[in-house]
Structure formats: C-alpha cells, structure tokens
Design a protein around this ligand. Structure first.
Ligand SMILES: [Zn+2]
Ligand SMILES: [Zn+2]
Length: 126
C-alpha cells in the first residue's frame, strides 16, 4: 500500500591487498538487503521531504535507485582488515620478505644500535 518492498541479492567482486603482506586479493561478496521504497505521495503524507536525506527511500518517477543501498550493503560486508589467508604471517620486519613464501626465514639477532660501534673494533681485529 505504501510503496514497493525490494529484496535484493547482489554478487560483487572485490580487489584489494592483504593488510599484512600487501599481496593482491581477489574475492567476492554476496550481499542481500531489503528496502521499502515509498510512493512519492505516501512519503509526502508521512511528512518526508524528498530533498532531505533522512534515510527514507522513495520511488522517483516509478524508478528505484538501488545504488546507495547497494553501496552501503557492500561497504558493510567488506572485511575491515582484508587478509590473503586467515593466518597470514605478514612481512619480515627486518627485510620485508613475505613470510608466507618463506616461513623458515631468519636473521641474525639484530645488534643493539648502542653497541654497533663495537662491531667495527671487531672487524679491525679480523
Ligand atoms: Zn597476506
Ligand atoms: Zn627478513
């Protein structure tokens, strides 16, 4: 009676990068939403102003504008921190290598910068 109830399902493809290792990610999201689009005259009777962005969807000349709803639904479905894998180990803090490619990756214990000068003495001895 008041408008058109829209039930929508959309599949969107995602492209991004892992927040830990910067590896590109390709993924899909499947979003569903439902919205009541009020008829213009119904909206007017209910006191909604079409110029106001008061969160009420209205039919515009018998057309539905799904874009803002779709955008909101997809944004909410996006992972806050996208990962290439659940347990992505990220990058090596020493050299930036991707640890998932090289899990055995190690470095010699870093030298405390306050003692770094001593390594020169050691080289002199050599
Ligand atoms: Zn990753
Ligand atoms: Zn490294």
């Amino acid at each position: 009676m008041e408008g058109v109830l829209v039930t929508c399902e959309a599949l969107a493809s995602l492209e991004g990068e892992c927040v830990r290792c910067l590896e590109p990610i390709d993924d899909d999201v499947d979003v569903r939403f439902q919205e009541l689009f009020l008829y213009d005259d119904q909206a007017a009777t209910a006191g909604y102003d079409p110029e106001d962005d008061d969160g009420v969807s209205m039919l515009e000349d018998d057309l539905l504008d799904l874009e803002p709803l779709l955008r909101d639904a997809v944004v909410l479905a996006l992972p806050f921190q996208p990962l290439c894998e659940e347990d992505c180990p990220g990058l090596c803090v020493e050299c930036g290598a991707r640890l998932a490619d090289d899990p055995e990756h190690t470095h010699e214990a870093p030298i405390d910068p306050r003692w770094a000068g001593l390594t020169e003495l050691q080289h002199d001895e050599d």
